[in-house]
Structures are given as structure tokens and as C-alpha cells.
Design a protein around this ligand. Structure first.
Ligand SMILES: [Fe+2]
Length: 297
């Protein structure tokens, strides 16, 4: 079977048809990977995936992350910590409490970010599968950091060359007012260095690599670093670089965390159930290491 690719724009976002991700053949997998390196966001509709099948497909791209940020996030009894719970449900499967820690923490998903840039070995790609969607809102928006980089002025490109940003989960959560990390959680995830501009090996394209997880830039004062981050973010999320995905049940959407930003949009989370699970595949190494740049102490 050969997949059908419907490109949404020439180099960013494609819908893939005529494939069953529960049992893709080698030829399909090869074609999906080629499309992924090109389009950075792929949409597969009408997939019937068990957690095991979701995990098996994700593993085609590398090692799936098994560490979760919050200590209390429970493991699936069959699959360990393979999935992030992207739902508004509590452990009992009911809509969460308005004041719950889980709800406050997940406010951060509404900020523009890329998954796991706050880990020393950041996220390569994420694969999000929907089992329950909401009638209004609850979309996921994606921004192309490659094309946004291409559109920067030569002066800005020169300024960014070699800059290293510090990414931390505490930084992004502070932006939403979530301050209650337990000491064990904070100790597990100290801020990490990542290049601000990176090259994607498969395409050779350069890309910005910013996220709301950024809290500092090496060699810059706090105010200057934040101003630069905000300036770059405003640039990347201009309409011409952004695709909005309106979910259908049984969509699997995968994105390249190395060169895209995403965020969840608002919905009435005390009224409607939105239930999705996400697997995130780790990148091969820290961005500095990949570029042969000395990792700052
Ligand atoms: Fe995310």
C-alpha cells in the first residue's frame, strides 16, 4: 500500500491517507518518515489505535520518554509512563476539580512551547491521539520555526548565531502562575542549555528553537533575554507560520518538536471532556552536543 499525502502548505503540515498506523508496512513507514522530515506536522485521521499500537508506532522514531514531570502522575498499569495524559480528567475518570494541581499545571499547555525542551535530551517528536474531543475550542495550534527563521533579517540571524538559552519547566509554569513544584520535582528537572538556532539533520534546514520554557539566555541580562524571547515569539506566531488543528475523534497528529511550536487553545474544561494521550520520543542528544558546541557548565 502506498500512502497518499495531502500537503496543507508546500513545506508545513500534511494529511496522510490510506495508512493504518496499527499495522504500517515497511514501505509506508519509509514514506511517512520522509513526509515527516519535510512537513514537520502530520495528521492521520480515523485511526483505531490501542495504547500498545500507539506506542509501537511511536517507537519507529526513537526512544519514547518514560519520565513524567509531576511526581504524582500515575503510570498506566500496562504501559508504565509511556504516555502523557492530555485530558481534563482526574484519576477516577471524572472532570477534574477547578482548583486541582493537575489543572493548574496544565495551564502551561496553553503557552507556545515545544515538548521537553526543558530536558537535557529534549523531545524529538510527539504523537498525540484523540479519544474524546470537545464541540467548541480545544484546538492545537502549530507554528513553523524553520520558515520563521528563514524570514528573519540577516542582522537578527547574525545576532542569534551561537546563542544558548536555558529552558526549565519551572520557567514556563511561573508564566502561568503555577509555583508549587515539590522539591523532588524541581531537583529532577533543573534548567538545561539548548541552542537558540539549530539545524535539522534530515532536511538540512535551520530553525529557531524557542519555547515558553526559556527563562534565560547565556551572556544576557534577564530583561534583555526576555525581550529577545518575546520578540522572537511574536515573530514565529504570525498567522502565516501557524496552522490550527481542529480535532476529530481518532486523529493521530505528530509533530517535530525540534522545529515547531504548539499550544492548546481554550475550551470549557469544567463542562466538556477532552481526552487524549501523547507519546514523546527523545532526541538523540542535547542541541549543543548535536552541533558540537561546548555545553555550558
Ligand atoms: Fe505540548
Amino acid at each position: 500500500m502506498t500512502i497518499i499525502i495531502n500537503a496543507i502548505t508546500p513545506n508545513f503540515v500534511a494529511e496522510i491517507y490510506d495508512v493504518d498506523l496499527a499495522q504500517p508496512c515497511a514501505e509506508d513507514l519509509h514514506a511517512i518518515k520522509q513526509a515527516f522530515w519535510k512537513y514537520a506536522v502530520l495528521i492521520f485521521g480515523d485511526q483505531k489505535l490501542t495504547p500498545e499500537q500507539h506506542l509501537r508506532f511511536s517507537e519507529q522514531f526513537g526512544t519514547v520518554e518514560m519520565d513524567r514531570v509531576l511526581a504524582a502522575e500515575h503510570a498506566d498499569p500496562r504501559l508504565g509512563h509511556a504516555f502523557a495524559d492530555i485530558s481534563n480528567l482526574n484519576r477516577e475518570g471524572k472532570i477534574w476539580d477547578k482548583a486541582s494541581r493537575q489543572r493548574l499545571y496544565k495551564e502551561g499547555n496553553k503557552l507556545w512551547h515545544t515538548d521537553s525542551s526543558f530536558k537535557y535530551k529534549p523531545g524529538l517528536c510527539s504523537l498525540l491521539y484523540s479519544t474524546s474531543i470537545v464541540p467548541i475550542g480545544g484546538h492545537t495550534e502549530f507554528a513553523d520555526q524553520r520558515t520563521a527563521y528563514d524570514a528573519l533579517s540577516p542582522e537578527m540571524k547574525a545576532r542569534l548565531q551561537g546563542l544558548i538559552a536555558m529552558h526549565g519547566i519551572e520557567y514556563s509554569r511561573k508564566r502561568t502562575g503555577f509555583m508549587e513544584f515539590e522539591q523532588s520535582e524541581a531537583n529532577r528537572l533543573p534548567p538545561v542549555p539548548q541552542l537558540l538556532v539549530r539545524t535539522i539533520p534530515e532536511s538540512g534546514r535551520q530553525s529557531l528553537y524557542i519555547a515558553s520554557h526559556i527563562g534565560a539566555i547565556q551572556g544576557m541580562g534577564a530583561a534583555e533575554a526576555e525581550a529577545l524571547f518575546q520578540q522572537l515569539l511574536a515573530h514565529v506566531i504570525q498567522r502565516q507560520f501557524v496552522y490550527t488543528h481542529r480535532w476529530r475523534v481518532n486523529d493521530l497528529v505528530m509533530w517535530d518538536n525540534r522545529c515547531t511550536l504548539h499550544r492548546g487553545t481554550d475550551f470549557d474544561d469544567m463542562r466538556f471532556v477532552r481526552d487524549m494521550r501523547r507519546a514523546t520520543v527523545s532526541d538523540v542528544a542535547n542541541t549543543c552536543e548535536q552541533a558540537g558546541v561546548a555545553v555550558p557548565a
